[in-house]
Design a protein around this ligand. Structure first.
Ligand code: NAD
Length: 556
């Protein structure tokens, strides 16, 4: 298919869609795969705002602008297996000579020299068309919709239930803010874990999207109605989720005034970006949109103040007995800057619940059926259930996901797998392609939020026992080992999850196209990638990571 015909069919702004089926448009699956995944990131069912190329997480984009996007598509359609495309903050900037086992795309997004690594400098560059915010999986083309965070959120709630509620979230109420691309996974994760859930978002359209994709059960703009629904459901032990239109700070204030103490409180508003993410309580959504354009400095001040107030209510609720934790949006940092001195008095979800999984090399393993056929994902589900019969937790998860997760864009699946398991699963997928049991190749990737791929002192590396929270050699080593190991595309980003200046992280995607070469690459990459989590945590002194290193005979 010619370039113009391709653009008209699949990438006519703002209508984006990945090609489906087993027919190639690019020269090989190695380039067809990133091409389909880039377009999938922008599919209207997947992206939060395709008209601005925004995929999720505040302003996380897939490409810098429409022109640069088209150029990337044009080059991917042409690229052969002896070259690799360089993408700098969403713009193709060159093609280098490589070889068939090298990554076909090398991506660097939003990286700034540390002393300049702040939102103000970034915005200046963005204004001049020189940068874009890549978030974690937006600019690295492996976002899969709200499912991408669903199991992680589910694991987090389940761990919270184990740690604080005798492993039972029935008759327990979870309250949180933000029902966007990632936050939208919370209601479904909460009800899957057996809890009652109240989520608050200022933007009704975001809640409507969750209703449409069946991530949330009910919606209202009336506080009293939402309160009655959730209290009644909690009383009956019903796993119901409710989306309420409003400011989360205001709703927490009202809950406090009404003497309601939810068992669990967290937050997933886009607090990592105080200007283009968080909406201050003193503004309506329309006023916020206007002020973002006219006076960013004033907006930021209002936003920081509002976050301080919001966290103040979370701290008060904690005092009254709630389990309160940060869910990875850097709300505490900006609340501290806004004047809440005690903002860090509650912990982040990684040290609270997730770090032991990281010590096992566990993380958010995900895969996508490039065919677009849901049956291909069900085939992979069955293959995993057969391959891991002893892993009842995994089997329960896959069955639940089949029942409850509506696919967004190309059918995909997520499940947290550890060292050894990921390599085994990847090779099984490659065999399914080789033997024609699935109808087209599969891509295997993960979030940048993983055991050995990120340095983020307010999130993934908060409170490391050796104090190495801010050491970002680790994600760089992760990037290099995945590149050397033969990933199909790799990425290195700054600022994902928690905003400019607060994180550096690496991503990878590896193709299963049924070939021997793919099997070799999968084996290397899915060994190296989780091994990095064990190396990182063993080096920091975590006992369970040291035991794992010995158990798996990892060379330290
Ligand atoms: P998003 O931009 O798609 O959604 C954020 C939502 O917050 C929007 O719907 C917005 O209307 C709402 N909002 C903003 N201010 C509000 C307020 N005062 N009251 C109520 N609602 C408000 O972002 P997302 O993809 O859902 O990500 C949310 C946050 O979580 C981001 O900061 C992101 O970086 C972070 N994140 C965390 C994880 C994790 O694993 N914990 C993973 C990915 C992203």
């Amino acid at each position: 298919m010619k370039y113009t015909e391709f653009i008209n069919k699949y990438a006519s702004h703002p209508h984006y869609e990945a090609p489906k089926g087993s027919k190639l448009h690019a020269r090989s699956w190695q380039t067809e795969a990133p091409l389909r995944m880039l377009l999938n990131n922008l599919h209207p069912d997947v992206a939060e705002d395709p008209s601005k190329l925004i995929v999720y997480g505040g302003t996380g984009q897939a490409a810098r602008n429409v022109e640069t996007l088209k150029k990337i598509i044009e080059l991917l359609l042409e690229l052969d297996e002896n070259h690799s495309l360089l993408v700098q903050s969403g713009k193709a900037v060159g093609i280098v000579r490589t070889h068939p086992q090298a990554p076909r795309v090398l991506i660097a997004n939003s990286n700034l020299v540390p002393a300049w690594a702040n939102w103000e400098h970034f915005e200046e560059l963005k204004e001049r068309g020189l940068m874009m915010y890549g978030q974690m999986t937006a600019g690295s083309w492996i976002y899969i919709g709200s499912q991408g965070i669903l199991q992680g959120t589910y694991e987090t709630f389940v761990e919270c239930g184990k740690k604080y509620f005798n492993n039972d979230l029935k008759h327990k109420l979870i309250v949180s803010g933000g029902l966007g691309g990632m936050g939208g996974a919370q209601p479904l994760a909460a009800t899957m874990a057996g809890a009652t859930y109240l989520g608050v978002d200022v933007d009704p359209l975001r809640i409507e999207k969750r209703l449409k994709t069946k991530y949330i059960d009910k919606m209202t703009a009336d506080y009293q109605e939402a309160k009655n629904w959730v209290l009644e459901a909690k009383e009956k032990g019903e796993a119901l989720s409710v989306g309420l239109v409003g400011d989360i700070g205001n709703v927490l204030e009202q809950l406090l005034a009404d003497g309601i103490v939810p068992e669990i409180v967290t937050d997933q508003t886009s607090a990592h970006d105080p200007v283009f993410g968080y909406v201050p309580n003193s503004l309506t959504l329309d006023e916020a949109i206007e002020l973002r354009e006219s006076d960013q400095a004033a907006y930021k001040q209002m936003s920081l103040k509002s976050m301080a107030r919001h966290v103040g209510f979370m701290l008060e609720i904690k005092k009254r007995g709630s389990i309160v934790f940060d869910y990875g949006n850097n709300l505490r940092e900006y609340a501290r800057q806004g004047g809440e001195e005690n903002a860090f008095d509650y912990q982040g979800f990684v040290p609270e619940f997730i770090r032991p999984l990281f010590c096992d090399g566990k993380g958010p393993f995900r895969w996508v059926a490039l065919s677009g056929d849901p049956e291909d994902i069900y085939t992979t589900d069955r293959a995993l259930m057969d391959a891991f019969p002893e892993n009842t937790h995994l089997i329960k998860w896959l069955k639940e996901a089949q029942r409850k997760v509506a696919f967004q864009g190309l059918p995909s699946r997520i499940c947290w797998l550890g060292f050894g398991e990921r390599e085994k699963a990847g090779l099984i997928f490659n065999d399914l392609v080789k033997t024609g049991k699935v109808t087209a190749p599969i891509v295997i990737g993960r979030d940048h939020l993983d055991c050995g791929s990120v340095a983020s002192p307010n999130r993934e590396t908060e409170g490391m026992i050796d104090g190495s929270d801010a050491v970002s050699d680790w994600p760089l080593l992760n990037l290099m080992s995945n590149t050397a190991g033969g990933a199909t595309w790799v990425s290195f980003h700054h600022g994902g999850g928690v905003g400019m200046g607060f994180s550096q992280h690496a991503g990878m995607v590896v193709l299963a196209d049924g070939t021997e070469q793919a099997a070799q690459n999968i084996s290397n990459v899915l060994y190296n990638d989780p091994a990095m989590g064990i190396f990182r945590h063993a080096d920091a002194g975590y006992e369970s990571a040291k035991i794992n290193a010995e158990k798996f005979n990892l060379k330290l």
